[in-house]
Design a protein around this ligand. Sequence first.
Ligand code: ANZ
Ligand code: ZN
Length: 821
Amino acid sequence: KEKYSFKEIETKWQKIWDDMGLHKVKDDRSKPKYYALEMFPYPSGNLHMGHVRNYSIGDVVARFKTMQGYNVLHPMGWDAFGLPAENAAIKHGVPPARWTLSNIENMRNQLKRLGFSYDWEREVTTCLPDYYKWTQWLFLLFYKRGLAYKKKSAVNWCPDCMTVLANEQVVNGACERCGAQVGKKELAQWFFKITDYADRLLKDIELLKGWPDKVKIMQENWIGRSEGAEVRFKVAETDDEITVYTTRPDTIYGVTFMVLAPEHPLVEKLTRGTAYEAAATEFVQKAQALNEIARTSGDNEKEGLFIGAHVINPLTGEKIPLYIANYVLMDYGTGAVMGVPAHDQRDFDFATKYNLPIRPVIVPEGTEPPAVMEEAFEAQGIMINSGPFNGLPNEEALNKIIKYMEEKGIGRGTVNFRLRDWLISRQRYWGAPIPIIYCDKCGTVPVPEEQLPVMLPDDVEFKPTGQSPLAECPSFVNTTCPTCGGPAKRETDTMDTFICSSWYFLRYCSPHATEVAFERAAVDYWMPVEQYIGGVEHAILHLLYSRFFAKVLYDAGLVGFEEPFTNLLTQGMVLKDGAKMSKSKGNVVSPEEIVAKYGADTARLFILFAAPPERDLEWSDQGVEGAFRFLNRVWRLVYNYVSGLDDTAHVEEMAPTDREMRRITHVTIKRVTDDISQRFNFNTAISAIMEMVNALYQYRDKNERRNSAVEAEAMNSLILLLAPFAPHIAEELWHELGFTDSVHTQPWPKYDPAATVQDEVEIVIQINGKVKERMMAPASLDAGGLQQFAMDQESVQKLIEGKQVVKVVAVPKKLVNIVVK
Ligand code: ANZ
Ligand code: ZN
């Protein structure tokens, strides 16, 4: 008992909590609710420090809110479908289900060893049929609402392995497995029509008051709304027309060339049978090998090719050359760009490289255009070289030109989004099968709801080559048509795992529902999530998809909210030696080791103390040692107190030092409460607790007689404040203090505002700069008041008796120096 035996204490309490069902959610809907949610992990095999950080933060929030009297939902589960399980199957021959479930088993034990307050009876595992049945049901809901459709789209294709590759399996354009050059292949694939919701997803960002600005900006940019115009240009040599999308119709008099995306359908048509055909075909193939990011980034070398045709500028009648170039994307705007080198830097680079004219049409007010432009002028200014629009500010000209083009039928104002529809097809085994059947007679037939789930078959082979294992599994593929009963084939694509994670937070509300994906009443009570916590790497896709799901379900009348996450906290990374802690960097500190050596409470306390949650955290062995020493210090403090090791006379009456100890207790309660609830500043909350421990040691060491009530209040408060951060040691010491209920079911301590006011402070009396005496003085006195107070004291009168006072200097709350002769 004299020694802090963390292992014994932690495993003991974990068992007791489990047995008594401490963390079981009480469905007491009369209490105010609080939904604390952390992003569920992918079951890769082992917890890493990033998980420990994420879940330690969430656990403080959940425990704190519980003590504040909320009915708290704090669940955990597994984002369990995905590629690594399938790769493991190919490599080691373990079936993905077995690999995944044994990883879950291991990681669940690691989470339990850390003592997080999850209600494990609500655990959700996305790869189990009782979950993916409802993922499939949701797919059908989207399908029925016209939000799921099939369209041809390119996939990465390895010609040697004859297989589809996920983006992460393509390394520098080569197949991760065999090193062959990866190409593209067109496949009919399923999409979710998220673009139908682009406007609402954008507009409702303003409702997300409790989200970090940076995440909101990332979402905004991803949705990428822009206003501009579509303008039609006639091809000079044929009857074809090309429509461009531009955000700058004000620059149309400065167009000196046009560029098409290499994949633009007109490219083939315009070059077929011409001298340009061979070169164009080769160019297209090369451009497709580059990915989108590389193609549009500013530093990418702009490569282009003249394809032998021209277009007519509809405003000037001018004939300009037509190019294809790698920086123009087919699936943005119209896949065609009007080149304005004077006012767009990418066009400027292109024109410079291919010797095309650069004609300014906007200049800064009151200036002449330069003889030679060094770079594009992208700012606002006054129109020149633009016929009837000369002299206007360009922003005004922009609207006038749109209006003019609309009147002439040349073009029209449009809004464009960068957001694309969500490609959800994966040519993979380990995902939720898309519940669709193809019948020669009836066409595409959704699987009837009562036939769900479409189960993943077990009798599949994982070979390093070939297509999706599902496509090669006849018992899966061959089925009967639900409509006509004739022979039919199943869809063999599975769903993107982002679909599974777009609704798991709803499933937690009624995890065992067998007739519905989620019970309306449960969701009405628990949703939306008050506090969502996770890594910033999910700031775009996961959060956007979850918001999209919420809106679709809202429109379907299945939920009553449109935004699922009221507050969002994105935690920083865990670094070691300045770099992200990661396997590939070889700088990993394993949570298991730390827990074995110091215990879960130390691991958690260190992680919470080392940095505010949103900042990156630098791992430090000394820091861990420090957290461990602190807990030992708390242990000894309370242990010595309860075992009366320093038996001191206890008094009823409060002396100034007692009052000061009481003040520190209440100030600490206030600081910790504010730090947790207002700012999530766990690090400063913990340092407040540390200061309190120091003060308690001082109080005990310096006072022969102490006030028993003050000391007891301080000890009890200390343990209550510590409980969300270091739950095991807090529970043990709470019982040492003589309580029989769990510390985690106690109400959060309240502070008395009056007690936080420092009413007396110790001041020093100096004569000619030498300390003569210490005394308590009212803390509220200003310099003049303090001087008066000091001079009135009998003891001070004695000190200056018979001497002549030359000068008195008083520093409020600190000292009074009397200069005498
Ligand atoms: C002429 C122009 C002049 C442009 C100028 C810009 C500045 P945002 O704002 O991101 O929507 N663009 C259009 N479609 C494109 C495509 N498929 N691939 C690459 N670039 C494309 O960008 C819209 C602008 O990006 C458009 O306005 C077009 O160039 C280019 F001084 O048209 B602009
Ligand atoms: Zn049929």
